[in-house]
Write a protein that binds this ligand. Sequence first.
Ligand code: GLU
Length: 416
Amino acid sequence: MDRELFHKCVGGNIVLLIQAFRKKFIIPEFDSFVSKIDQIYNTVQKNHNGHVAVYIPHLAKFSPDLWGVSLCTVDGQRHSIGDTKEPFCLQSCVKPLEYAVAIHEAGTEKVHRYVGMEPSGLKFNKLYLDEEDKPHNPMVNAGAIVISSLIKPGSNKAEKFDYMMDFIKKMAGREYVGFSNATFQSEKETGDRNFAIGYYLKEKKCFPTGAEMIDALDFYFQLCSIEVTCESGSVMAATLAHGGICPITGERVLSAEAVRNTLSLMHSCGMYDFSGQMAFHVGLPAKSGVSGAVLLVVPNVMGVMCWSPPLDKVGNSVRGIHFCQELVSSFNFHNYDNLRHLVKKQDPRRQDRDDRVRDFESYEPSVSSLPPPSRWGNIPLDDAMQFGHSAVVKVLQDYQVAYLHGGMGQNTSNSV
Ligand code: GLU
């Protein structure tokens, strides 16, 4: 390979490669980390408890042996093992995403006028409201049905669906996101309980003015029928872990406010009637669905999608829960694992992980280094040269000369 070809090959990924060679990724010893993940996967595979959901044919057809785990770190490091390319429906795993989009769009105050933030202590599809006659939280059916009426109000059904699909695709880094029409039709046909919840919500005036209950319900059924794979689902989880920025595309998809709220509610209400135990034992935000999916977030580290159809009594994937427990018994990912004086578990994270932020924050502008360096230590001119953007190089160099000769004020730098 000559210099030119090498440059062509690495050009688009230079930042990623530099991080890799400098071992600057969030999980520097990635090989040993994922070999532990594979060991956990193999242990959990032997767990044959639980039953596949059979209330609709599309779920009943899945083999109980299917088992996949994918992870994606906030730096875009990826690992998959098992049945990670098989599509499955998000079902209740769509609830946090739907809520995140509603907050991103309308803000906390508006959304929480219609739905609470308290665990219900009851089954997810219970016909029950809190004492203000609001659904307890967005992770139960009543809450998710109301939230579906808050998304893109005033637009037609097709526009709403496209809008949500677009969001979910962006969260998944444009990887596989599909729609199962068979699931959608069956959900409607068998959805008596959800219709009952819908009518109850309507009676109690839980919907915003102008919203049609039947349309909200229909949209909710559509959202449950959106398909992902473990691979694409792990990128969605990683977007949440990364504060709303997709680690694969670098695009900001959700506001920090939307992500913070969503993770808080996943933590307290995400795992049906196991939510309290999950918060206790695993200490991480997660959401499960009746398809056997578990979307797990390790904030600032990685997103994980586990999928295995057999469910326990409360509706969580048996292998999904088992995996989360094993993960946290091997690594210090539990929210309270890092308290002082606690017995140390393995920490796979970069030890100097705050340096990038510190370098940036401690920067003091001086004449010799005009714009603050990026978290990789580069100034814009370095990057422009590196990527061969000669026009940009010229603008920056002209600016630098002008600046050094006192011709331009500091405030002008913002416009460059
Ligand atoms: N479509 C299901 C329902 O609304 C979602 C079930 C679930 O994953 O919790 O009943």
